[in-house]
Design a protein around this ligand. Structure first.
Ligand SMILES: [Fe+2]
Ligand SMILES: [Fe+2]
Length: 288
């Protein structure tokens, strides 16, 4: 895993750049229904990052200057990802409904609420709980980066491809922070490793499964991570996590994603990632 320097991260931190994107071209090519559904899920997850931060920023983690500095910049970057996705959806004529944030927040599950409360409370019990949050964060950032990368490789819309490439790069930086924090806290501490193992095995689920909705998660697994190349991206993300002390067993990312994809296929048949190839051809751009 690449080194991480918090000061460099803070110097580079900021909202994803969108002011140079060719929105006119983006609108002319548009996006497919499949892409809209994936982007909405990602956008909802991104714009609800503040709720995850509420749970992360508790107890012992509030006393760690590196963590508080990172989270301050991180939450803003994620908010900007959500805003960038909303902007793109609007530009292609598929705007969010007015009160989407409120509706999505209200729809997040009771289970998620209980888990968040437990996680918040646990953060006060032991400084070791930070290791759980950091490992959790590393897994989720790696998943988000893999999802964006898969979309970038498949979409026919070069503007969407450019935007998600920029977001994926930020996700990888986030991943590096969480990963190094997790590693530092677990390497000489068997009790921390034990706690992380227990918590991840017992509670971890794919990112956004509460806010984004279970059916949408199954849709994404079946449409974005269905083929060999996409599964390889998840395996790679998993391998990064396995390099953490005590996490050599970690296989939940591929297992849960496969289970979700199977659920979708059983109910609706195989998923197919549809792109706006004809529009891209008409606009004179080569498929991304
Ligand atoms: Fe993000
Ligand atoms: Fe991120």
């Amino acid at each position: 895993m690449a080194e991480f320097n918090i000061y460099r991260f803070l110097d580079l931190a900021g909202g994803v750049k969108i002011d140079d994107l060719d929105w006119e071209l983006c609108a002319r090519i548009g996006i497919s229904d499949v892409e809209e559904r994936i982007l909405r899920y990602m956008g909802d997850t991104e714009s609800h990052t503040i709720l995850y931060m509420r749970d992360l920023l508790a107890g012992h983690s509030t006393r760690d200057p590196e963590i508080t500095a990172f989270l301050s910049a991180w939450v803003y970057e994620e908010l900007c990802h959500g805003r960038a996705i909303s902007r793109l959806l609007k530009e292609v004529g598929r705007p969010d409904e007015e009160d989407r944030y409120t509706k999505v927040t209200a729809g997040s599950s009771v289970r998620e609420f209980v888990e968040a409360a437990l996680s918040h409370a646990a953060a006060y019990l032991s400084p070791r709980f930070i290791a759980v949050h950091m490992t959790w964060g590393a897994i989720n950032e790696a998943t988000a980066a893999a999802a964006y990368q898969q979309m970038e490789e498949r979409t026919a819309n070069p503007v969407l491809a450019k935007l998600i490439n920029r977001m994926a790069r930020q996700e990888r930086r986030h991943m590096a922070f969480y990963w190094h924090q997790a590693q530092k806290r677990m390497k000489d501490d068997p009790a921390a490793r034990k706690l992380v193992n227990f918590a991840i095995k017992r509670f971890w689920t794919l990112v956004g499964s509460g806010v984004g909705g279970d059916e949408n998660l199954a849709f994404i697994s079946a449409h974005l991570f269905a083929d060999e190349a996409a599964r390889a991206a998840l395996v790679k993300a998993e391998e990064n996590i396995r390099e953490l002390p005590g996490m050599e067993w970690f296989d939940l990312l591929t297992k849960q994603s496969q289970a979700k994809a199977d659920e979708w296929v059983a109910r609706h048949g195989p998923g197919r990632y549809v792109t706006n190839d004809a529009q891209a051809l008409a606009a004179g751009v080569v498929s991304a």
